[in-house]
Design a protein around this ligand. Structure first.
Ligand SMILES: *Cc1c(COP(=O)(O)O)cnc(C)c1O
Length: 836
């Protein structure tokens, strides 16, 4: 029997869903639902501040309200058969979701009221949520900000990622050393996700590839004798800002295809039967804690293929539902954005699915694939470009290797046609690196398979085309473009800094939340004494909040009157936390010698995680903590200088930190930081940047003007010019301050009973081959810090600079970034959710 059609043309199930009255958004209704979930669903009785289940119950109540909007968005996209983008990323550093969802749904007021009636505060309840730490740092957080902006801009974009059982590790500091602890964030239920077992996919590994003739006698290839793993999707709703759009983040979890081998089990081999299950589940067990450099672990390659294969099969399933096996319009309806090379296997995997499963010819499949894929590069460090051993492909992904070889053969033909006889060029550009241990170059695979290749800041995109990808930019200049990063102003200003948000809105209205360039209106009152005072009041409260967080985590107290000088980001040599440390020692040394003249009370706050295998980064953490211990236990310095290492830097910590920083340290060696996004969060919240001409710092300085930015250091060109003759020993010897800093570090003053703790660091600074050329920028950094001190002591001047930084931050919204992606790469129409 046919289902009756409604006036909207939907089947009976849909009618029931859509005609259900939309849920009440009042405090009363929220309280009623919260109470229901708390008592009846979660089975709890007592409500208290510590009670984690209040958070859970409130989230269910909020999720209900997201769910109807989610359905209405999906139905609208499906009915209009809209073009969509799939944002594929091994990382989504989401952080907490409750406050953001409340703000998006305009439910914060009702939630505050409902909780008040229970004697609870929203902040306390929201604190109970664990960060969803499914990412390492900037790259993963960018993916999360992108999802927020896509939903807010009403763009049909779905995120595809991995549901790691263990996210980013928690960091503890023990005797100055980093100690990693697992993050079992799913131990307590993650109430935002919906398991969708009916959409599971099978992902293959191992086996081999063989030829066969199909029923028409056509020669084809198939992948046989594989070990299969089940991919189960979990959907997380991504609400737009007050527009009823709810997009999807689909995270895949691995499971054994059979719970376990029953024959083996019946034969009494219980352990072996369970081992297969464990091996399958291992794939999504843990996030690789890499930053910038890649580690060549087979399991990591498995993760990458698992994500790509499950996602593309999901896309194909959806396609077949609507278009049957006509793939001619595929590239017109779909775009896949690859977040770095981690999902680069999407190129050969889509080829495989189109040829082996949909029976398209090579040329047809290639036309579709190369018109569907777009690739974003995130690094200029050559050592961070992913490569995987061909030998690993042979055993793990034999069918994909065949396809990669074929892509490469055809690609090399194209180069030869353009540059006949240029074998050096062929070797440079080949997807397979030469030598005894052949490797697949994932960045090149991404470039060859994509119609668009972008960097993430103007300077970065320029340097990619001049350096790392020069040969490719020469071949296909039209494919290269720039998309300067951003951050979402909903999380990074509206939600995390309610005090400043209210002040801003009282001055320029509330539209800045979705039209950030309107912040420019603040420039008018940058020097208004009354507005300045209110600006300082808000910032003082925020500094108090950060001081409290620091006290909770470290036991150290700092006064909000001090300059908060903040560097938080992954610990990496190129980010030069060491340069910051040298400045701290310089200030300490001056104070010891009674020269407090130009100094001002300053708290230097450093936070960030080191990859567990990155020895040098861990040594830097130890060194910071040792110097901090000496400085902080000197009573005479108590109100003058403090050095704090804030443990366990993550998204929710940053939500406190960026609202309270006076000075934002963005001090990487020029040409090494692709963009940075921490720099943008700080600027938006009124911090002033001390920085090199690197990544998006260049654009930040252009936007705010040189007089509101503390510039120092060598430029990219100067770094490269001076590299050959770089002589740090000479630089140190010819600068009395620098020499004293180094000899103080050498003297054992900061490591009385721990000989050798500073050796690797001192060696790195003095090394003429130091890739980060830390010593080269020492003097220039010190001078810039002195300018900082002078400016900060002129209170009104500093406040005006602070206001001007926020006012000029409008362009660093991911709303702008995503508009750029959409105009140039995605070309999506906006979706209007079905009316309730
Ligand atoms: C923004 C952010 C980053 C990126 O910081 P950079 O300074 O750009 O490296 C990393 N981690 C977290 C938790 C962040 O919020």
């Amino acid at each position: 029997m046919n289902a009756p059609e409604s006036e909207t043309g939907l089947s009976a199930d849909h009618i029931e869903l859509l005609h259900a009255p939309a849920l009440d958004m009042s405090a009363d209704a929220l309280l009623r639902d919260l109470t229901h979930y708390f008592g009846r669903t979660l089975g709890r009785r007592t409500i208290s501040k510590q009670q984690p289940y209040v958070y859970q119950a409130l989230t269910y109540a909020v999720r209900d309200r997201l769910m109807e909007r989610w359905n209405r968005t999906n139905i609208a996209v499906e009915r209009a058969d809209m073009r969509r983008t799939c944002y594929m990323s091994l990382e989504f550093l989401m952080g907490r979701l409750l406050t953001n969802s409340l703000i998006s749904l305009d439910l914060k007021g009702p939630a505050v009221e409902a909780l008040n009636r229970l004697g609870l505060r929203l902040e306390d309840v929201a604190e109970r949520e664990h960060d969803a730490g499914l990412g390492n740092g900037g790259l993963g957080r960018l993916a999360a900000c992108f999802l927020d902006s896509c939903a807010t801009l009403q763009l049909p974009v779905i995120g595809y990622g991995i549901r790691y059982q263990y996210g980013m590790f928690h960091q503890r500091i023990e005797n100055g050393y980093q100690v990693e602890e697992p993050d079992p964030w799913l131990r307590v239920e993650f109430p935002w996700e919906i398991e969708r077992i009916e959409l599971s996919q099978t992902v293959r590994f191992g086996g081999h590839s063989e030829a066969y003739a199909d029923h028409e006698g056509k020669q084809r290839r198939r992948w046989v004798h594989t070990h299969d793993v089940l991919a189960i999707p979990y959907d997380v709703p991504i609400p737009g800002y007050r527009n009823d759009v709810v997009n999807t983040l689909r995270l895949w979890s691995a499971a054994a295809t059979d719970e376990f081998d029953l024959d083996e089990f019946n034969a009494g081999d219980y352990a072996d039967a369970v081992a297969a299950k464990n091996e399958a589940e291992n794939i999504t067990m843990v996030l690789y804690p890499n930053a910038a450099t890649e580690s060549g672990q087979e399991l990591r390659l498995r993760q990458q293929y698992f994500l790509v294969s499950a996602s593309l099969q999901d896309i194909m399933r959806d396609w077949r539902q609507r278009h049957g096996d006509d793939y001619s319009g595929f590239a017109e309806k779909l775009c896949v954005q690859l977040n770095d090379t981690h999902p680069a296997l999407a190129v050969p995997e889509l080829m495989r699915l189109l040829m082996d499963h949909c029976y398209l010819s090579w040329n047809e499949a290639w036309e579709i694939t190369s018109q569907t894929m777009a690739y974003t590069n995130h690094t200029l460090l050559p050592e961070a470009l992913e490569q995987w051993p061909v030998a690993m492909f042979e055993t793990l992904l034999p069918r994909l290797l065949e396809i990669i070889y074929e892509i490469n053969a055809r690609f090399i033909q194209e180069i030869s046609a353009q540059w006949p006889g240029d074998n050096a060029r062929i070797e440079r550009m080949s997807l397979i690196s030469p030598g005894p241990h052949k490797m697949v170059r994932m960045a090149y695979l991404s470039i060859v398979g994509s119609f668009s290749i972008n960097g993430v800041a103007q300077l970065h995109s320029y340097l990619l085309q001049k350096g790392l990808f020069q040969d490719f930019a020469e071949l296909w200049p039209e494919r290269f473009n720039n998309k300067t990063n951003g951050v979402t102003p909903r999380r990074w200003l509206a939600a995390c800094n309610p005090g400043l948000s209210d002040l801003i809105s009282s001055q320029i209205g509330t539209e800045w939340t979705t039209d950030l360039p309107q912040l420019a209106g603040l420039a008018e009152v940058a020097e208004d004494p009354d507005f300045q005072q209110r600006w300082r009041n808000v910032r003082a409260e925020n500094k108090q909040r950060l001081a409290k967080l620091i006290e909770t985590r470290t036991g150290l107290t700092i006064s909000p009157a001090m300059l908060f000088d903040v560097q938080v980001k992954r610990i990496h040599e190129y980010k030069r936390q060491l340069l910051n440390l040298l400045h701290a020692v310089y200030l300490y040394d001056r104070n010891q010698r009674g020269q407090h003249d130009a100094q001002l009370p300053r708290a230097i706050i450093i936070g960030g995680k080191a990859a567990p295998g990155y020895v040098m980064a861990k040594n830097i953490i130890k060194a910071i903590n040792n110097v901090a211990k000496v400085i902080n236990s000197d009573r005479r310095l108590h109100d003058k200088l403090r050095l704090i290492f804030l443990p366990d830097y993550n998204v929710s910590a940053m939500e406190v930190i960026c609202t309270a920083a006076d000075l934002s340290e963005q001090i990487s060696t020029a040409g090494k930081e692709a963009s940075g996004t921490g720099n943008m969060k700080f600027m938006m919240n009124g911090a002033i940047t001390i920085g090199t001409l690197d990544g998006a710092n260049v654009e930040i300085r252009e936007a705010v003007g040189d007089e509101n930015f503390f510039l120092f250091g060598l430029t990219v060109e100067q770094i490269e010019a001076q590299r050959a003759t770089y002589n740090p020993q000479e630089i140190i010897a010819s600068d009395a301050d620098f020499a004293r800093v180094i000899s103080l570090l050498e003297s054992g003053h900061f490591n009385r009973f721990e000989p050798g703790v500073f050796d690797s660091i001192l060696h790195a600074i003095r090394d003429p081959h130091d890739p980060w050329m830390t010593a080269a920028d020492f003097r220039s950094f010190i001078d810039a810090q002195e300018r900082v001190a002078k400016s900060y002591s002129q209170r009104d001047l500093w406040t005006a600079m602070s206001i001007r930084n926020t006012a000029a931050s409008g362009t660093f919204s991911t709303d702008r970034t995503i508009k750029n992606y959409n105009d140039d790469i995605w070309r999506l129409d906006t979706v209007t959710p079905l009316a309730p």
